[in-house]
Design a protein around this ligand. Sequence first.
Ligand code: SF4
Length: 110
Amino acid sequence: MRLLDPSQEPLPETIWCEYCGGGCEIRGGVPDFSGSSKPPSLWYVYFRGDGCEYQRFCPFLFEYFATAKFFCAIYEIKPKCCWEFDREECEFLQKDVARERAERSRVSGS
Ligand code: SF4
């Protein structure tokens, strides 16, 4: 994605993704990059979930011009675990987040 002036590439139109970035939490996965070039070794550490004690979201998750919409800065070369995150998983995660919020407000309201 080209971000610098004068080119400000729009976010692609998608059928279901709302660019919330919620799926890009670091939870530890197999750092399986399929491209022909090998990413820096630190990337493997991140995707394994090690060394991210103080960081909840992936460092490659960028916000699109203060719009609260997020995109992957390494989209073309992201690891297999990211490619496998699909609509079904997204919907499951959204329901989980909604459940957590409801639980939190129930606990704080009582
Ligand atoms: S590499 Fe991209 S898709 Fe994968 S978690 Fe990071 S920002 Fe999200």
